[in-house]
Design a protein around this ligand. Structure first.
Ligand SMILES: NC(=O)C1=CN([C@@H]2O[C@H](COP(=O)(O)OP(=O)(O)OC[C@H]3O[C@@H](n4cnc5c(N)ncnc54)[C@H](OP(=O)(O)O)[C@@H]3O)[C@@H](O)[C@H]2O)C=CC1
Ligand SMILES: CC(=O)N[C@@H](CCC(=O)OP(=O)(O)O)C(=O)O
Length: 351
């Protein structure tokens, strides 16, 4: 059995990967690490786990946390994984970090990201940046399979990239015209309440935020530019809406000469022919975020607005699954040579 440690186990991404690993045929969730809730069974925090998993949470420096594990998930804020990943790798573990710490493959591009979001531009483990692989399996499957260290993507970022990369790669839309309009559920902010993320503030409220620059914009532009071999910039609007789980990102770009609906749809189907978690739908499918809730699937609705000559792609994911823990497990499966879909085959819950 693969022994797994989850750091940040008491948060949404931590409990998300725990729920998935409990159903995984080849993995044992062996250590749960967190700060404030150390000493309590995980089922105290999340009573739906009582009787299924009552493991006690331990502190990061406890004996249990310092044992050797085969895989370590860092479901922690920026800055935690970059301090601790080297030690885990030295002990022989493979590491998957959910934060922005390892999404950029060089000290220079990390510094661009850090400057953009107002963080210290120096990375705590710059030597690891070159070997870290950006964890979008649909684009980097082989590199992930050979990696010791993966930077799991941001939730908005993966939802936008799954829709935009084929548009640019197959020359469907002009790169200088791209727009991403993303709406997220409230769980995207994690478990901590704050004045703008408690019930009265969120009830029947929709608002745009971080218009000055969302952290995932850097990630999206970085990946698109690397693939195109030239700088690609886009307009990116992030909004939060009163649902719990889900991201819906509407993507637009001006059609390249000669591209019509049939060609666009065929190009997406072709691009994702071997991607088990991306479902390409024609524009008549009545898709929404309910159809991906609790599943690792991304559902892409492909459309062309013939009147204005624009490509329109609507990307739906569950922010806590394909946007976070589900995608992390997909990466883990690849890193250990397992079936990419192991532990991820459930269709989710409807409605
Ligand atoms: N929520 C989402 O939709 C997505 C989140 N992410 C990223 O995933 C990561 C986790 O997010 P999320 O689950 O939402 O956040 P949460 O706030 O729900 O959970 C984060 C957890 O990390 C713990 N933690 C903080 N610092 C440390 C530390 N030094 N050592 C051990 N544990 C620590 C916190 O513990 P304590 O309570 O004790 O402080 C908390 O339990 C973040 O990097 C986030 O940006 C990525 C994609 C989507
Ligand atoms: C609703 C909400 O606040 N969502 C978060 C989700 C992004 C996230 O978790 O980002 P990193 O993984 O890059 O830290 C946000 O927009 O910042």
């Amino acid at each position: 059995m693969i022994k797994a440690k989850i750091v940040g186990a008491g948060g949404y991404g931590g409990v998300g990967i725990l729920e998935l690993l409990m159903r995984h045929p080849e993995v044992e969730p062996a250590a749960l690490v967190d700060v404030v809730d150390a000493g309590r069974p995980i089922s105290d925090l999340y009573p739906h786990l009582a009787g299924y998993c009552d493991l006690e949470i331990c502190t990061p420096d406890s004996d249990r946390a310092c044992e050797t594990y085969d895989v370590v998930f860092f479901s922690t804020p920026d800055g935690v994984g970059m301090q601790a990943a080297a030690g885990e790798l030295e002990r022989g573990a493979k590491v998957i970090d959910y934060s922005g710490d390892f999404r950029f493959g060089s000290a220079e591009s990390y510094a661009d990201y850090a400057n953009f979001i107002g963080r210290e531009p120096e990375h705590a483990s710059p030597d690891l940046l070159e070997e870290a692989v950006y964890g979008v399996p649909e684009f980097h499957r082989d590199a992930i399979a050979g990696a010791r260290l993966v930077g799991n993507p941001g939730c908005f970022a993966i939802s936008a990239l799954l829709g935009l990369v084929p548009a640019v790669g197959a020359k469907l839309a002009a790169p200088g015209t791209l727009i991403a309009d993303g709406k997220t559920g409230v769980s995207g902010a994690g478990k901590k309440a704050s004045p703008v993320f408690h019930y009265p503030a969120r009830y029947e409220q929709m608002n745009a935020y971080k218009l000055g620059g969302h952290q995932h914009l850097v990630e999206v532009e970085h990946e698109l530019s690397a693939r195109a071999g030239r700088r690609i910039a886009l307009t990116f609007t992030t909004q939060v809406v009163p649902v719990c789980r889900g991201i819906m990102t509407s993507l637009y770009g001006t059609l390249e000469e000669g591209v019509d609906y049939a060609r666009a749809l065929a190009a997406y189907r072709d691009f994702y022919a071997d991607a088990p978690f991306v479902r390409v739908c024609d524009r008549s499918v009545p898709a929404g975020t309910h159809h991906v809730r609790g599943s690792n699937r991304a559902l892409l609705l492909i459309d062309v607005d013939e009147r204005t000559g624009r490509l329109r792609v609507i990307s739906h994911i569950d922010n806590l699954m394909k946007g976070q823990a589900g995608n992390a497990l997909q990466n883990m499966n690849l890193m250990f040579g397992l079936d990419e879909t192991a532990g991820l085959t459930e269709p989710g819950r409807y409605p």
